[in-house]
Design a protein around this ligand. Sequence first.
Ligand code: ATP
Ligand code: K
Ligand code: MG
Length: 666
Amino acid sequence: MSVVGFDIGNENCVIAAVKQGGMLDVLLNDESKRETPTVVSFSEKQRFLGSAGAASAMMNPKSTISQVKRLLGRKFREDDVQKDLKLFPFETCESHDGGILIMLEYLGETHKFTPVQILGMLLSNLKQITEKNIKIPISNCVIGVPCYLTDVQRRAYLDAATIAGLKPLRLMHDCTATALGYGIYKTDFSNVGPTYVVFVDIGHCDTQVCVASYENGHMKILSHAFDESLGGRDFDEVLSSYFAAQFKQQYDIDVYTNVKASIRLRASCEKLKKVLSANAEAPLNIECLMNEKDVKGFIRREEFEKLSSSLLERMRIPCQKALAGSGLNVEKIHSVELVGSGSRIPAISRMLNSLFNREPGRTINASECVARGCALQCAMLSPQYCVREFEVQDSFPFSIGFSSEKGPICTFSNGVLLPKGQPFPSVKILTLHRSNGFQLQAFYADQNELPSVVSPQISSFMIGPFQTSHAETARVKVRVHLDLDGVVRVQSASLIEEFVDDSVRRESRDAHLTLEEDAKSDHTPATAIDPEGKVLKRLEIPVNENVNGGMTKTELSEAVEKEHQLVQQDLKMERTKDRKNALESYVYEMRDKISNIYRSFATESEREGISRNLRDTEEWLYEDGDDESENVYAERLEDLKKLVDPIEGRYKDEEARAQATGALLK
Ligand code: ATP
Ligand code: K
Ligand code: MG
């Protein structure tokens, strides 16, 4: 049983897992790094993922996909999406249902992938890294997700996990995971009353804030707030446009007209920003940026802070919102913990300090906390593992409403079924008077709570068809579930009919009318009859959900199959590389042996034949045979071996004889 937590960042992914020996730790990728770039790059015949993907990005800018997290479950025409797409070097188009398709050339054809498929590839790579490390096949895991994800985006994560062959035990809000990891083993919390902690996570593309309350082995998230488009990359952009303007004047080049140049400038500005986190000033030098011009620049931290003052101002808003949502004032807060690598800019600490009247804590590992928290949660959800008794209660950041053709169905006045801040998972039972099939619509009830320009529609659910012979009294009970992933589902629906059946004799005095909520899963009716002949009958009725913009089952299984093919192709290329390397090393090894240790075991003509063949093979490897199939390399190796084997045989016989003699002499 695997215990794994994945943090899929917009820039970096982190894997935490229980290793052999029972320690929970962050796993190293193939390059021995603790963070893996969130990148998929398609080269001519093979995909490169993670670190390898980042390495091939400059060579294949148009077929290298990064920042895919931003595109999940979004519509092509949304303003935000268009703004992001302009920054990306890869090409996109609109899908038949208004979604986004990423287009690229691969294996001599144009391929189109949805963002979900790309996320699937990334997850599949993380799965591979994990399996290599912990040496068992994995499927169970917990995946960290931004708290601001809508229903369709949450389902996108689940679909991507399916594509990767993973089974998330839950999706977990990033900040909740951080808060869990922070609080579970903490011993210095107050013994009287709850301890309140604010977590601020500043990543590559977003800012997330939550307020958590800890009390007696129980953690409750009081509120979440966010700015879904404010993160480290916005600071890079501030620097980029500053230097782009400068270079226009100084060198007469417009970097933004050149894809490669703007990628390079942005990358250099990211480095520069990091330098500025530790130094008061920093230089920028880029060779041959554009039109064969080398550029030079320079900036002081103060200047950078001035340029990013509006970003810092914006960052206050989610902090204030989270605090307001928690119902607490600043004095009640025990500490403010700052995580996410984007938060390493010193001015961010200062801003938080002024907002919360205290120095933000930096005790948490800023880049690993989400993955660790997710792994902990995974262990807690796996019965095989014994983790300290600790209750996690998350809160949902959006109000959810339900409506039918008759209007909203609400328990609250404003058309809301589950209000913002609702602890989840959570079940609500709707009782509706209906005598035949109907539709329910689920939607986010307050557009202001949502990230900008996302659709408030969630799903529609077809309840029924069903028929009743007692239309006046028929009720339908619908079980609405906001599940552990934050996905809205209709778990079941049942028809309850009450009527008097005169033919029923008053047989038993003990019979009761005891049919209640606990829905049965089969579709056979349950019936209870009371002594008056009053019958209470319950029948499960079918529910069909239609997710706004989600994948159909067929699309999902096609995507699984497609990923399988892509993996096979990658494996084939890996095998080909191995075969080629094997042939190459054989050539070198034999060239050495034939002129040394095998020399006296071969006739002159044998030696000549072999040497010639070795030379030819080497030449071939660099020319015509540079890009051959695995079988060709394997055959070539076999042919060579046929020549060398007899000589190797004689050598080995001789060696064995010598050993036997040696043994006799002892
Ligand atoms: P997200 O959480 O938004 O999905 P992520 O988890 O991949 O993304 P992080 O790895 O937490 O993001 O942070 C990446 C950001 O941190 C990048 O913008 C990077 O430039 C920035 N960053 C890393 N180190 C520093 C530093 N020393 N100073 C300033 N910024 C830094
Ligand atoms: K990360
Ligand atoms: Mg992050």
